[in-house]
Write a protein of this length. Structure first.
Lengths: 156, 156, 156, 156
């Protein structure tokens, strides 16, 4: 299965479909069944005690796994998370976070995998998440997930 | 175990410890091992397709369970989520969301329970989450979790 | 949605499709979206320290949720667990365990819900599990999940 | 942190503390924060449709992660699972299963990590599990969990 995005294409696509959050990610690597990205925390991401909030780490895992899945299946903006199980293991430092996603199972309708999250430059993952995404069916008979036609109908 | 907060006290405390997110919750009910709260979505909480984003539902579950735990153990602002497993079951409507938390196990160091989330007025939960919180030890020898003295040291 | 099984029918069905494990459950209640059953531990279910093993509690949650789903959708023996998240909260006593399942979302292809497990007569759940089952499509065009025709093809 | 077990020592210890299940595992590799083991299914492990039952895969993940933790912390037979989140991704074949555990966080009281499970010789994991174990404190010299001999070495 070929990769459907280059790094610049992924940045452009995320900015398009998630105007707010999507521009916060810097994709560092796209490979088959694997994607690595960085995100830098903002003041609003922190919580009492000076650590990174749970929802921020959830959003990081969720978006990086979304990109890892889309890298394989193409522009399916409407892919949605159906479940996520996350363990918070170490106190993350405010600053730059690195997330490594791996896709373990990519079926016709589900993508299942996990994400390890790190504070950049610090050994030991701060959190891990396993996620399941539901992949919407291709809208057109030609089934090309990256054709503009299928994209239009997928978003309508 | 007696309740440590009235509803107005909880609103005041959340505004104090989470100046941004904390003011978004309207606590509707506090009972032993149970807390119900509402949150109204903002434009930034939505995602492509007009649904409520995963991180928003995660934040809802996380904060409501935090309040349910603090209602039992007192002002332990530094209680932290250690794990969360969330299932997204139905598409939530933008608007007012209701979250019902129940505390299933309240030990000395851990609080374990779950949260059901609904779109107000719509039957069927939109999501469920199970959470584990780690409760910090009381900081002072007198071990009163609600004394201002122990709170000061816990936050320092 | 009507119930597809009486308690005796469920006992007979479980004995048929799970000759070994299926006979260990005593169904106590079948209601819409809810099923309660008991199981008594055997020596092989225990582990060092005299507690009930994790796999035993997993099997209890898994089978009781399976029955809760089948009570709603009929004789779909091939329904399979796709995910389970389980928290072990208190040390269970050897003896009779009670499991209460509730179905939170019953779609065309997925059943999502949870199970609370108790040591009979002891307050406080020993474990909770959230589960997702994949429901196989009905085998015949008539789509009756309880017709003998669809059952034969489902099992072949 | 040094390894506390060789492969033959682990086999002997598992046979001692889990007389029934413990002898079914063949440890293939013990390394820091990593352990790989095989288990061959028995007729009682299978379920309708000829696949491996969920409880069997749960037991595999649970025991292999237990061994991975003990390999690091020594003979703490009373370590107990506090949570497990498992995704069943592909239909496993009856026969030999391989489980690869990695320990992601090893604290004083908790071990957090995950396990990937495979049908031997088949590409693509059949299941993945994330687990948390609670590690009992090294108690007093008198604290006996099974034999005094195993306790002595556990504390060294």
């Amino acid at each position: 299965m070929g990769l459907q995005f280059t790094i610049p294409e992924m940045h452009a696509y995320m900015a398009e479909v998630f105007p707010e959050l999507g521009t916060r990610f810097e994709v560092l690597e796209i490979a088959p069944y694997r994607l690595v990205a960085a995100m830098t925390t903002l003041p609003g991401d922190l919580r009492p005690g000076g650590t990174v909030s749970g929802p921020t780490l959830f959003a990081l895992a969720d978006c990086v796994y979304y990109m890892a899945t889309l890298a394989m299946v193409g522009r399916k903006a409407l892919a949605v998370t159906t479940s996520c199980s996350i363990d918070f293991m170490r106190k993350p430092e405010p600053g730059r976070l690195i997330a490594e996603a791996r896709v373990l199972k990519l079926g016709r309708v589900l993508s299942v995998g996990d994400v390890l999250m790190f504070s950049e430059g610090v050994e030991g993952a701060v959190a891990r998440a396993s996620l399941t995404y539901s992949i919407p069916p291709s809208a057109s008979p030609s089934a090309s997930s990256s054709s503009s036609a299928s994209q239009k109908s997928a978003r309508s």
